[in-house]
Design a protein around this ligand. Structure first.
Ligand SMILES: Cc1cc2nc3c(=O)[nH]c(=O)nc-3n(C[C@H](O)[C@H](O)[C@H](O)COP(=O)(O)OP(=O)(O)OC[C@H]3O[C@@H](n4cnc5c(N)ncnc54)[C@H](O)[C@@H]3O)c2cc1C
Ligand SMILES: *[C@@H]1O[C@H](CO)[C@@H](O)[C@H](O)[C@H]1NC(C)=O
Ligand SMILES: *[C@@H]1O[C@H](CO)[C@@H](O)[C@H](O)[C@H]1NC(C)=O
Ligand SMILES: *[C@@H]1O[C@H](CO)[C@@H](O)[C@H](O)[C@H]1NC(C)=O
Ligand SMILES: *[C@@H]1O[C@H](CO)[C@@H](O)[C@H](O)[C@H]1NC(C)=O
Ligand SMILES: *[C@@H]1O[C@H](CO)[C@@H](O)[C@H](O)[C@H]1NC(C)=O
Length: 687
């Protein structure tokens, strides 16, 4: 993540070529033939993926490696082509941030009573690549204890399927997504970078490396933590992610560009006639077969360009895969009649399947920082001076990545303090269920199961309970940020209307559990101590905020409730948990009560990790693709219209055929000229 205060919003550049393009949907230039307008899609696909975000594009790419499988992705946002160079330039995540633009949903939480009634901004990417197109590029893997605990929660239902979510399986899935490039010796030495390249993927599509510019404060960051008793971690990627290190970033060092789900998984594809990606199209609901009894069978996906537009439906041959993210996926389920009964009834949506866990168990990382004046050069300073260095691709690839995860005893100042804290949490376990926004018994049982994991597996381990990040992005300032990693406060989100164009109500219920306040406060105290410890203290001048007037616990608490904000890591709203624990999906990612709907994105983690969520989300998407491909290869449905060995012609998209719907036939002429124009441009590029 990065501090919101240093993000500068810039207006967007030119829109992508073409007044000749159709009014509602237009075709993006790259890649050839895949990103499309709705005049050009077939009536039916084997798989329809809801959301072309981080996870959705991974699934689309992997499922269509099988040439006989047809896939349509429906993405609410734009292609991003018009702002592509801003997205591609890593440092522009800060200096030309898309937060607050039309490429960001710009959600807000409801007023948070424990945060002095502040409503917190919740950005989410609304474009191809989703949040991976606009995020901070930290690539941090979770730890083995966490991932095995997740798999353990679902193993009681299906121990064989649960093995897909053990550390060793998820680790392999994360590796499958990646290709690592080592830093130069100069960067490695200046930044004190340590890693074990044998633990990284070598042939995946997602590039990860280190920026082409760094600062000596990065090496000092290591030594400072070591001086505070926190060991340096030379191999944070193999299941023990705690300690201090320079995290990797999703950067392609061949040309210092952002690597994200679109650039990694879609752009390099040759023409692929079995894949279509529709942009600027919001899924309004899933359509189920009439008279479904027991399991609901999705037969189609309904979508529209905007609130007032005519809705269209595309047919589904095999499955719908929801990849709308932690907000979009539960929202679409609820709009489709799957969710908590009271929520659906008051929103005016007919209940097709009561599933109380949808939108529940919402968790997030809270964060803020302690900021200091500095006389050393910072990235923000170099950028604002606009020197020749500031314009180099190497410098413009610099994003913050100095990281540390600190365990409970170090954070609280000793094993006795940690034991006392754990006892407080355990003693309050029964009564803390009163803090959960839903009093549904299944949701409460899930809350207990998750808190039990936190209290008995995560708090006693070496896993970080607070994360620390070094911020070098403001001119003349240096900051140390602290973030809560395993919140015991769970919130929820729910729809208020039957329209996909109305934002859901988001209530993270921040700091409802007082233990979260303790971690936040102790984390911030430690952030100050880190900045005051040698050798980092050489770079640190007067404290700007909170400043020397904040010293006692009460003063910290009063200050922090007005400061803390999201680290942009919401999760768990379609949790993989047993159904009787408020679960939404089983170990095969199938939504309870449906025959052919899965969720595969950051909403399925039953609890959040001591890590940023992009790496595990790539792991989920890769694993989902393996599970789905394995399922259809192993057990081809005999009566399906589109068998695995070759889809029926009606489900075969045809990149050159004419629109089938008369209502959009007016687009044909412009589509044809666009095809000619893009072939021409491609020919030029090939020169
Ligand atoms: C500002 C910011 C900074 C972050 N920094 C980092 C970081 O540095 N490192 C890290 O690991 N993580 C970071 N994260 C978190 C990480 O990016 C996300 O957790 C992750 O990308 C989520 O992936 P996803 O596939 O679940 O959802 P997304 O990538 O958000 O994709 C969901 C997609 O579904 C689409 N969609 C939703 N509803 C509909 C609908 N009804 N119809 C059609 N389409 C729909 C959306 O438009 C979107 O494209 C950051 C997040 C943000 C927002
Ligand atoms: C998507 O919609 C926006 C807003 O209407 C428009 O500016 C953009 O050109 C559209 N994108 C495509 C690829 O059609
Ligand atoms: C960066 O390099 C990759 C190949 O590694 C290429 O596919 C991509 O198009 C390049 N991006 C830009 C903006 O040049
Ligand atoms: C917490 O970290 C410190 C410093 O590395 C270490 O000495 C201690 O054993 C750790 N505690 C646990 C429970 O692992
Ligand atoms: C319902 O569908 C799920 C897959 O989502 C399947 O595992 C289950 O057996 C089905 N149940 C019935 C009663 O058909
Ligand atoms: C694709 O469209 C072309 C031109 O309309 C047509 O000749 C061909 O049969 C179509 N192919 C499929 C698989 O529908």
């Amino acid at each position: 993540m990065w501090p919101l205060e240093v993000l500068s919003l810039t207006l967007l550049g030119l829109a992508s070529s073409g007044s000749c393009l159709p009014h509602h949907y237009t075709r993006a230039l790259t890649p050839r033939g895949i990103i499309t307008n709705n005049g050009d899609i077939a009536d039916k696909y084997d798989f329809v993926i809801v959301g072309g975000g981080q996870a959705g594009l991974v699934l689309a790419s992997r499922l269509t490696e099988d040439a006989s499988t047809t896939v349509l992705v429906i993405e609410a946002g734009d292609s991003g082509d018009a702002i592509r160079s801003d997205l591609d330039t890593p440092a522009f995540a800060y200096y030309k941030s898309k937060l607050g633009s039309s490429y960001d949903y710009g959600y807000k939480t409801v007023a948070q009573s424990k945060l002095n009634n502040r409503a917190i901004s919740w950005p989410r990417g609304k474009l191809l690549g989703g949040s991976s197109a606009i995020n901070g590029m930290y690539l941090v893997r979770p730890s083995q204890v966490e991932v095995d605990a997740w798999s353990g929660l679902i193993a009681e239902d299906d121990s064989s399927a649960a093995s897909a979510w053990s550390w060793s399986s998820l680790h392999e899935a994360m590796q499958k997504s990646e290709v690592f490039t080592p830093p130069s010796d100069e960067i490695k030495n200046l930044g004190g970078i340590r890693y074990d390249a044998s633990k990284y993927g070598t042939s995946g599509p997602l590039h990860h490396s280190y920026p082409g510019h760094t600062f000596s404060q990065y090496a000092d960051w290591h030594t400072t933590f070591e001086n505070l008793g926190v060991p340096a971690n030379g191999d944070a990627f193999s299941g023990n992610n705690w300690g201090v290190y320079i995290a990797q970033s999703t950067i392609n060092p061949q040309n210092w560009t952002r690597s994200y789900s679109r650039s990694a998984y879609i752009d390099p594809l040759p023409p692929r006639s079995n894949l279509a990606i529709l942009v600027n199209a919001t899924v309004t609901r899933l359509v189920f077969a009439d008279g479904s009894s027991g399991n609901l069978t999705a037969t189609g996906v309904e979508f529209a360009t905007d609130r007032d537009a005519t809705k269209r439906t595309v047919s589904v041959g095999k499955e719908v895969i929801l990849a709308g993210g932690a907000i979009g996926s539960p929202q679409v389920l609820m709009l489709s009649g799957i969710g908590p009964k009271d929520v659906l009834e008051s929103a005016g949506v007919k209940v097709l399947s009561e599933l109380p866990g949808v939108g529940q168990h919402l968790q997030d990382h809270l964060s803020t920082g302690v900021n200091f004046k500095t006389n050393v050069e910072t990235a923000g300073g170099i950028f604002s001076e606009g020197s020749s260095l500031a314009k180099t691709p190497e410098f413009l690839s610099f994003v913050n990545s100095a990281t540390a995860y600190v365990n409970l005893s170090t954070l609280l100042g000793g094993d006795d303090a940690a034991a006392a804290y754990r006892k407080t949490v355990a003693d309050a376990m029964e009564s803390s269920t009163s803090l959960v926004p839903s009093q549904n018994q299944e949701v409460l049982a899930g809350y207990k199961a998750i808190s039990d994991v936190v209290a008995n597996k995560l708090l006693p381990s070496s896993i970080g309970q607070a994360e620390f990040l070094l911020s070098m992005h403001a001119a003349g300032q240096i900051g140390v940020q602290a973030a809560l990693q395993h919140p015991l406060s769970h919130g929820r989100l729910y729809i208020n209307s039957a329209s996909a164009f109305d934002a859901p109500t988001i209530d993270p219920n921040y700091l409802a559990h007082s233990a979260d306040l303790t971690i936040m406060r102790e984390g911030l105290k430690m952030a100050r101590k880190i900045a005051q410890t040698a050798p980092l203290n050489k770079a640190v001048g007067d404290e700007i905020s909170p400043g020397p007037s904040v010293q006692t616990d009460a003063e910290w608490d009063e200050w922090l409730v007005n400061q803390i904000s999201t680290e942009f890591h919401c999760s768990s709203t379609c949790s993989m948990l047993p159904r009787n624990k408020g679960g939404v999906v089983n170990a095969k990612l199938q939504v309870y009560g449906t025959a052919n709907v899965r969720v595969a994105d950051s909403s399925i983690f039953p609890f959040t990790f001591s890590a940023h969520l992009m790496a595990p989300t790539y792991g989920v998407a890769e694993q989902a693709a393996s599970i789905i491909r394995g399922f259809y290869n192993a057990a081809p449905p005999s009566n399906s219209n589109s068998s695995p060995s070759g889809s029926s012609s009606s489900s075969q998209p045809n990149q050159t055929n004419q629109p089938k719907n008369a209502a959009v036939s007016g687009h044909v002429a412009s589509w044809t000229s666009w095809t000619l124009l893009s072939s021409f441009l491609l020919a030029l590029l090939a020169l």
